[in-house]
Design a binder for this molecule. Structure first.
Ligand code: 9MR
Length: 547
């Protein structure tokens, strides 16, 4: 299918701050000039010359940059190039990403298990409650001294992980850390983030109420008999494309794992420190979190190599489990992260973290950087190491056709590549904060531009934000609810040349291997560990605009 002219101009479809850089990538043109008009009239407010032709290292396609950073007028505009067409309508104004930050946080509310999503909060996407999880079976792989196989436990609450309806402790690790860190790093802005959720009337910031909804579930995943933490709470197999309340199959807690214990310990240690600021609203909770963290840590000390291996579980036990594995066979970074959080919270020397680990982009399975972020925040002198790492990440950004740190190497385009872009943005923001160098803030904003449309697909990957956004997410409620528009504020996985779902993609090039089809769980699913860094990036960038 021929691309519509609007696809030839790729830019942040939400818009730009008046004083910030503004760029669009033009992929076809008969002209060297571009103009910018007011969206609601003919007035031309800016004209400029396109940059030199550049070539995508992945698809070989040519493009040219339109830089209109000098335009500082506020309003709604379009960019036009002869032979290419006109862009999506975009805004230039202060606080241009405030709506995005709030929508992305609200995305977590839409992922809630247990409660009905009432129209007062959920609008068109209101739905019945799903998955009470008050009678969950202990899978034989999870049996222990305190709980026999088949025992019934209650483990309610928390968010659905992604487009599926299961709850996974490991993936809650990085997700919760990212949201808790946002609050630790930018508390004043976070207090302004109202998301219209059932708890909005209480005295806690909505961000913390949302975090608590999942934190309280996580606490139920610890076996009080030994401090170990179940790896996940799941159906044996993925559900069909049905609404949450229709998905009523038996659920299990499955095997304790070292990674789950350590990710849990890290989250609980960080939560203990954050929630201490609210003794009136949350009496006792920080102490419970810290105790949970320390007992999970002790379990991991005694069980340091219990990896989650679904095949091995299925060889020994019934029923077979075929849902997400989040298996990780290297937990050195999980030890380092949990130690870091426990160390920062308690100051106890027994938790001295291993600072030999290299700095690496965080993901659900690579969490040492989460420890480094907390150590940096607590004043540990790691700035030089951080800057060196971020410099490597940003090398060559000017020669990259889209001028984004994202896409600097083919390795960026993994399953959930949108989260790579967002997590690079967060790293750049820490570098900005600890060096004061504005170039890092600009690069972070460049990665947000990538997510909202300045990329080789021409999509804004956030539902409901921009002129061309995913309409056919691999997300069960969005598919089954009968509402044409998908649930808003959710971040699609993004280009993934691995294409593990076997769906038909328009391109196999690394930066283009994305398809807006609900078949595509490898490029068009959503997940809490992808939305969380989007919330962080959008909110932090908003907070920093005010400085
Ligand atoms: O995000 C996960 C990705 O890194 C893995 O390669 C992939 C396959 O194991 O699984 C992804 O996580 C999925 C999880 O297993 C189940 N819920 C949906 C998640 C997002 O696709």
């Amino acid at each position: 299918k021929a691309q519509s002219p609007v696809d030839n101009i790729r830019l942040n479809q939400a818009g730009f701050y008046p004083a910030a850089p503004k760029m669009a990538v033009v992929t076809a043109s008969e002209d060297d000039r571009f103009i910018i008009r007011k969206a609601d009239g003919k007035t031309v407010v800016f004209s400029g010359t396109l940059g030199a032709v550049q070539r995508s290292p992945y698809s070989g396609k040519e493009s040219r940059m339109a830089d209109f950073s000098a335009l500082r007028d506020t309003g709604r505009f379009v960019l036009e190039v002869t032979g290419a067409g006109r862009s999506h309508v975009f805004s230039i104004r202060p606080a241009v990403h405030d709506a995005l930050a709030k929508a992305a946080l609200k995305g977590f509310y839409y992922q809630r298990t247990l409660i009905p999503l009432n129209a007062a909060y959920a609008g068109r996407w209101s739905r019945a409650a799903g998955h009470p999880d008050t009678a969950v079976l202990v899978h034989p792989s999870a049996a222990g001294p305190g709980r026999v196989a088949g025992a019934v436990i209650s483990s309610p609450g928390g968010w659905y992980d992604a487009g599926d309806y299961n709850k996974y402790i490991v993936n809650c690790g990085i997700t919760m850390a990212t949201l808790l860190s946002l609050y630790e790093d930018y508390p004043a802005y976070c207090r302004t983030m109202g998301t219209n959720i059932p708890e909005s009337g209480n005295t806690l910031p909505d961000l913390l109420d949302e975090i608590l909804f999942n934190l309280r579930w996580m606490l139920t995943m610890q076996d009080p008999a030994d401090g170990g933490v179940y790896h996940k709470l799941t159906n044996p197999a993925f559900d069909g494309m049905i609404m949450p309340h229709e998905a009523v199959k038996t659920r299990y807690v499955v095997q304790k794992s070292t990674a789950a214990a350590l990710d849990f310990a890290a989250v609980m240690a960080q939560a203990a420190r954050v929630l201490k600021a609210f003794p009136r609203e949350l009496p006792g909770l920080p102490d419970s979190c810290l105790k949970a963290a320390e007992t999970a840590w002790q379990w991991a000390q005694q069980n340091p190599v219990v990896y989650y291996d679904q095949q091995a579980i299925n060889n020994r036990f019934d029923p077979d489990i075929s849902t997400g594995a989040y298996g990780d066979r290297n937990v050195r970074d999980e030890f380092m992260w949990a130690a870091s959080e426990l160390f920062v919270t308690t100051q106890k020397n027994i938790y001295q973290p291993d600072l030999q680990l290299p700095m690496q982009l965080p993901s659900w399975s690579q969490v040492s950087m989460l420890g480094y972020y907390s150590l940096l925040r607590a004043g540990h002198p790691l700035q030089a190491q951080l800057e060196k790492w971020v410099e490597t990440m940003a090398a060559g950004v000017e020669t990259q056709p889209y001028h984004t740190v994202m896409g600097g190497t083919a390795r960026d385009f993994v399953w959930g590549s949108s989260a790579v872009a967002a997590n690079q943005g967060i790293a750049l923001l820490y570098a900005y904060r600890f060096t004061g160098k504005k170039i890092y803030l600009r690069h972070a904003l460049g990665n947000l531009d990538y997510l909202l449309g300045r990329n080789a697909t021409g999509y804004s990957f956030v539902t409901g934000i921009g002129g061309k956004t995913p309409m056919h997410l691999h997300h069960r409620p969005s598919i089954a609810d009968g509402v044409a528009a998908p649930v808003p504020g959710l971040l699609a996985g993004g280009p993934n040349p691995g294409r593990q779902d076997g769906c038909k993609y328009p391109s196999t090039a690394a930066d283009e291997a994305y398809v807006d089809d609900d078949c595509s769980y490898a490029s068009n699913e959503i997940a809490i560990n992808w939305n969380a860094p989007l919330v962080y990036l959008a909110a932090a960038i908003e907070a920093l605009q005010e400085e």
